[in-house]
Ligand binder design. Structure first.
Ligand SMILES: [Zn+2]
Length: 536
């Protein structure tokens, strides 16, 4: 059977949308600035023109394009030292140089007093692998001391239980704090180590010394630990030594299945104040209702925000325009809305989601996933688009995250029909799958594609692909020079939009529910969510 027809990709719409959203008039699309209403209006106008309907309902029950995204920015100040007691001598460590800390709770003061320290290995609870670093311990009131990354990160290949060198979500520091909170811990301290963390202490220190951004929740984060933080490796070694333990020996033990948490017989205390600023931004949501199963949903998403006014370059330009990042993704979203509306409606509903605050830590998508307009158990899957290629057509595409789910079979089919090959992810150890908006949905069970720019260009091959990628990463990424250029060859973007159209239509016209593979970290949460929806 021939591949289904793909409607024309509106190149004029792509260029016009990128040119507009990345113009200086939009000031780099900073959330909460004067640029926000302008940007929202521009997206809504394109969704309307395409023929989408508003995807949300306001408090008055009327259809609306917007979803409020309330946020809280927390900055820790007046940090005390970290004091550890219970050994022959009291140990005292200084904030910034030896440890960093912060709270996920929206509260003016954080105090951890005499909290028992427990070494919990990698801090992983993976029922699908029969692995639980918290086995047999009640963490209530206690503070977890946790190794960074996952047990088999140092492997050359990807065959280990935690996919070897490839990072799994269990290796991300965000997971460690989430799991410690689920265990009921009062505190969680990750031991920094440059090789498995992939960055030095200064990166931890600078990113934890300033403001931290969160979405507001009904309980103000009461289900989180009181304090999270990182400690320098020598600090961990000193603490473990005082407890009569050895970090190297405990690390080796933690890399074996069946490891049990080790109470250290020591108590930790620390405190700090929090300044809290609340704000509000918005996601834009449009929908094309499905014909046969309108209560089943397929997503397209892209973040509209960028860095706004930023550090000026040598010419004094202080607008981080975000043309590639991510006016290209929003332009693709508008083009896909038009293409899907022009085609016969699909069996399932198609949702178009332009999210805010990606640059502040995926907050718009996180808020949507915590407060989904369409139930996640009824959301089949989707495609997220972030920073599309402007370097011309490619012979291949890059797949981030590797083969995690049954989406792979759909992708391979479409690749075959389009004559595209698949490039391996260049740095599987960096966990890029866990660092863009699709992840907010994936971690709650919704399988999401993360496919992007090719590496082997039609004109110039791999060398040209590498040069284009280096130019973007080194010269433009998150700088005022990420600007639109009329000279761009957007035929590669057109090709990617066709691919995204095909992937979305495959999901939207099917009755299948592609799932995560049985040993994938998101399989259990998907099975649970689907079973709960079926029981209703
Ligand atoms: Zn981006």
């Amino acid at each position: 059977m021939a591949a289904p027809a793909v409607p024309r990709v509106d190149e004029t719409l792509l260029r016009e949308t990128i040119r507009t959203l990345s113009s200086d008039e939009y000031e780099g699309r900073g959330p909460g600035t004067a640029a926000e209403p302008k940007t929202l209006d521009a997206i809504i106008a394109r969704f309307k023109a395409a023929g989408l309907q508003p995807g949300n309902k306001g408090t008055d029950g009327k259809p609306t394009w917007l979803q409020d995204v309330p946020t809280a920015t927390i900055t820790g100040i007046n940090r005390s030292p970290l004091v550890v007691t219970g050994a022959a001598q009291t140990l005292t460590f200084q904030p910034s140089s030896e440890f960093v800390s912060g709270s996920y709770r929206i509260t003016p003061h954080t105090e951890v007093k005499d909290s028992e320290l427990v070494f919990v290995g990698y801090g992983i609870n993976a029922p699908e692998l029969g692995w639980n670093d918290y086995a047999g311990i009640d963490m209530k009131g206690k503070t977890a001391v946790i190794l960074v990354n996952d047990p088999d990160y140092a492997m050359a290949g990807e065959d280990g239980p935690f996919r070897g060198r490839r990072m799994t979500y269990y290796g991300r520091w965000t997971y460690k704090f989430e799991e410690a909170a689920r265990q009921g811990a009062t505190g969680a301290l990750i031991i920094h180590d440059t090789f498995p963390a992939a960055y030095g202490w200064q990166v931890v220190e600078s990113s934890w010394s300033g403001a931290q951004h969160f979405v507001q929740t009904a309980n103000d984060g009461a289900d989180q630990t009181a304090a999270n933080g990182w400690i320098q490796k020598p600090v961990a070694e000193a603490i473990l030594k005082a407890a009569g333990q050895d970090l190297a020996a405990l690390t080796a033990a933690a890399q074996t299945k069946g490891f049990k948490p080790v109470p250290l017989g020591l108590k930790a205390s620390l405190s700090f104040d929090n300044t809290i600023e609340k704000a509000n931004s918005h996601n834009v949501i449009g929908i094309l209702p499905g014909t046969n199963r309108p209560d089943e949903y397929v997503l397209y998403s892209a973040h509209w925000d960028h860095l706004g006014r930023c550090k000026p370059d040598a010419t004094g330009d202080d607008i981080c325009n975000g043309a590639v990042d991510n006016a290209t993704g929003v332009a693709a979203l508008a083009a896909l809305a038009k293409m899907n509306a022009a085609a016969k409606p699909a069996a399932r509903s198609q949702v178009f989601l332009a999210v805010t605050l990606e640059e502040s830590g995926l907050l718009g998508s996180e808020y949507y996933a915590q407060n989904p307009v369409f139930p996640l158990a009824k959301t089949v899957g989707g495609v997220n688009m972030d920073a599309l290629s402007v370097g011309g057509p490619a012979k291949d595409i890059t797949v981030t995250g590797g083969d995690k789910s049954e989406l792979t079979a759909i992708l391979r089919k479409v690749e075959g029909e389009m004559g595209l090959s698949e490039a391996p992810e260049e740095h599987p150890e960096r966990g890029h799958y866990y660092r863009s908006d699709h992840f907010s949905l994936a971690k709650r069970g919704v399988p999401m594609f993360d496919v992007g720019r090719g590496t082997d260009l039609v004109n110039g091959g791999k060398a040209a692909g590498q040069a284009a990628s280096d130019d973007y990463v080194n010269v433009r990424y998150h700088q005022p020079s990420d600007q639109y250029q009329e000279s761009w060859d957007i035929s590669g973007m057109v090709q990617d939009v066709k691919l995204f159209y095909r992937l979305g239509r495959e999901l939207a016209n099917s009755s299948a529910w592609p799932n995560w593979h049985p040993t994938d970290e998101f399989r259990a949460v998907r099975d649970k969510s689907r079973a709960a929806a079926a029981a209703k």
